[in-house]
Ligand binder design. Structure first.
Ligand SMILES: Cc1cc2nc3c(=O)[nH]c(=O)nc-3n(C[C@H](O)[C@H](O)[C@H](O)COP(=O)(O)O)c2cc1C
Length: 316
């Protein structure tokens, strides 16, 4: 099945981050040949299908050249499949299934990474969605295992057998959480085990890593998570200065307040979440602690606005 992504570089789904405001800003800064598509944060499905209103909020109002896949996490076949069907009616161009979330809530609901211990169930979930979404691709994102990587081939084949059009492999096990060390040979093993395209994920921190991921693993696509929180321009590889970096963050605050309905405090808290990772423009280099320690949201915004104004005065 043809995948709608416009480049091999993809932005990972991230809960609490890849909501519509953040996605729109990143998509606007990286042309389709640099960033091929992205995903919503995971949408949890428990025992009944979600409403179109709720799915619409995750998909957001803006449509881009690049597709935004809707990611679902759940284990109830009927509820997940019906949610997937509704999402395609709403215009979701890709349905992605989450088999990697390590959170306790997911485990308690036997969803996310809990399903890594049940490859048959994974396969059934993929198949149930494929059966109802017509010509839209169903994709799946796995970790390489729950507490070891020995069965990564079994997991990859289960996703393929269910009829997925793409398999994303996050190269850490559930037990490894978000550890720094990555082993991309695990992705190469998944690539060798299936004939569907594979997207490699885990440990991409700079622009050149996307191609290195392809070269070293044979993956068709490469996906970045936290590297894009450090530098939203990572897809194009463009280097920005502090003013342009600050402009992104000020726009993010504005977007969260205007279309996301956030308070100033809530919006600045989101910005600070990014500042934990941020490297673009050298904005917080050597000063991260002070940025993160500032409790007054007005002062954070004023500091960012002053840095942004540096750009405006230079441009003028
Ligand atoms: C804050 C945060 C939220 C995440 N939320 C999701 C999610 O909703 N769905 C998902 O499949 N993975 C989620 N992940 C995992 C990422 O998609 C990605 O697999 C992981 O960060 C590894 O890639 P990286 O090393 O490039 O960060 C999340 C990761 C982070 C850091």
């Amino acid at each position: 099945m043809r995948l709608p992504f416009t480049s091999f570089r993809l932005l990972a789904p991230m809960e609490g981050v890849t909501e519509p405001c953040f996605r729109d800003l990143v998509l606007a800064r990286n042309p389709p040949d640099a960033l091929g598509g992205t995903f919503t944060e995971f949408v949890r499905v428990v025992d009944h299908a979600l409403s179109k209103a709720s799915l619409g909020r995750h998909l957001g109002p803006t449509r881009h050249v690049q597709p935004v896949g809707l990611q679902l996490m759940g284990s109830d076949l009927a509820a997940v499949a019906e949610t997937a069907r509704r999402a395609t009616e709403l215009g979701a161009r890709v349905i992605d299934l989450n088999f990697g979330c390590p959170a306790r809530g997911a485990l308690a609901g036997c969803a996310g990474s809990a399903l890594l211990r049940e490859p048959r169930k994974m396969e059934a979930l993929v198949r149930a969605c494929v059966a109802v979404v017509g010509d839209r691709p169903v994709t799946a994102k796995i970790r390489v295992g729950f507490d070891h990587d020995r069965d990564v081939e079994v997991l990859a084949r289960a996703v393929e057998a269910g009829g997925a059009a793409l398999l994303t492999v996050h190269c850490r096990t559930r037990a490894e959480g978000y550890c720094e060390r990555v082993d991309w040979t695990r992705i190469a093993r998944a690539v060798a085990a299936v004939s569907i395209p594979v997207c490699g994920n885990g440990g991409i921190t700079r622009h050149s890593d996307f191609e290195r991921m392809q070269r070293e693993t044979g993956a068709s696509f490469a996906m970045v998570g936290r590297g894009a929180l450090a530098d939203p321009w990572i897809f194009s590889g463009r280097r920005v200065d502090a003013a342009e970096a600050a402009h992104f963050l000020v726009e993010y605050v504005d977007a969260l307040r205007v279309s996301g309905g956030a308070s100033l405090g809530g919006a600045v808290a989101r910005v600070k979440q990014l500042l934990h990772f941020w490297t673009a423009g050298g904005l917080v280099d050597g000063d991260r602690g002070a940025w993160l320690g500032e409790r007054d949201a007005e002062r954070v915004l004023a500091r960012l606005s002053a840095l942004r104004a540096g750009a405006a005065s230079r441009a003028g």
